[in-house]
Design a protein around this ligand. Structure first.
Ligand code: TXA
Ligand code: MG
Length: 319
């Protein structure tokens, strides 16, 4: 039996399996097994008000988790599945309240990664999965990241190499008359609007009503992060790490440097973001200076993650 089939059986039997997706690694359990889902929350130390995305192997499985799919969601699914898009649609009563944190909508996504879809098929059940990292930390984009953070707490880790998109799925709520962007992610807003027209983009403070997980501090390394509009010289005597899109010309002034994409390609930058943050989060680095990227295409998702990584500790929970 291969590793994926074996892991699928573990999920079917109530286990917790970390698996690759094209966005980030997920920590999965049978979406209908409340006890297994509860273990996800405790392993991640995730508050129970923060709902989980349900992953399916094919659009046919939508019928298992929703009561109906509105037209907007249908158009998005047609255009972007399999891929880094999560739609929020009316939840079926069969989905445990724990999965949706008591909300009326359930987040559903069909991943682009074949291993992820094979795992779901082998488990013979939709898989509820958050990113496979401790709550609030940096999302894992390779199996080693998962091993280092949650290793001994999971039943299996499927190593599928590095994630190709590297930033989480875009989340669109299709619960109201207009689509709403709940999280910028691996599919650019501009591309989504080509298929469904204008999307409502709530102010940061409004997110918490629709998507409880969109709390202040998130994606945060242990080292303090400062977000700046343009690269500047670091404070004298401090060991500062620099995270920037392209080369800046003053690399020599920094203790460590991570350049996300030499050619300024935002998809390449998204793919490298979390690994770069983790490698700057090293012993000896006093602080990280992160330079905002252009706010177009995947740049919107990158800036969102950088902004949350830079929030102060005391804003971790603001709901
Ligand atoms: O790319 C991804 O989406 C990855 C991979 C593993 O699929 N998953 C992921 O899950 O990023 P997580 O749990 O780290 O982030 C999910 C976000 C949270 O902010 C949560 O609040 C929101 O999605 N969410 C999930 N279900 C929701 C729902 N029913 N209504 C509103 N927001 C929801
Ligand atoms: Mg996460």
């Amino acid at each position: 039996m291969n590793a994926v089939t074996h892991a699928g059986r573990m999920v079917g039997a109530g286990g917790l399996v970390a698996f690759p997706t094209e966005t980030v690694y997920g920590l999965g359990a049978d979406a209908f097994n409340e006890r297994a889902v509860a273990r996800i929350f405790s392993v991640k130390k995730r508050p129970r008000f923060d709902p989980l995305i349900v992953h399916i192997a094919s659009p046919d499985q939508l019928a298992l988790v929703t009561t109906g799919v509105p037209d907007t969601a249908k158009r998005l699914i047609e255009a972007f599945w399999p891929g880094p898009l999560t739609v929020i649609v009316e939840k079926s009563p069969k989905v445990p309240e724990l999965v949706t944190a008591g909300l009326r909508g359930v987040g559903v996504r069909m991943p682009g990664n074949q291993i992820a879809r094979d795992l779901i098929a082998a488990a013979q059940t939709p898989i509820a999965a958050p990113s496979a990292n401790s709550f609030g930390g940096v999302s894992p984009t390779c199996a080693d990241h998962v091993r280092a953070d949650l290793g001994e707490h999971v039943d299996a880790i499927i190593d599928g190499g590095s994630c190709t998109v590297g930033i989480e799925s875009t989340i669109i709520s299709c619960m109201g008359p207009e689509p709403v962007l709940l999280r910028p992610g691996g599919i650019a807003l501009e591309d989504i609007e080509k298929h469904v027209g204008p999307v409502d983009v709530p102010d940061q403070n409004e997110y918490k009503h629709a998507s409880p997980g969109r709390i202040g501090r998130h994606y945060a390394p242990h080292t303090p992060v400062t977000l700046v509009d343009a690269c500047r010289c670091p404070p004298v005597g401090k060991r500062t790490g620099l995270l920037s899109l392209r080369e800046t010309g003053i690399e020599g002034a920094f203790y460590r440097v991570e350049t996300l994409s030499r050619s300024g390609d935002l998809s390449e930058a998204a793919c490298n973001l979390f690994s770069a943050l983790k490698s700057l989060d090293a012993p000896g680095v006093d602080s990280i200076m992160a330079v905002r990227v252009p706010n177009t295409g995947l740049g919107r998702a990158i800036n969102d993650r950088l902004m949350r990584a830079a929030k102060k500790h005391d804003s971790r929970v603001d709901v």
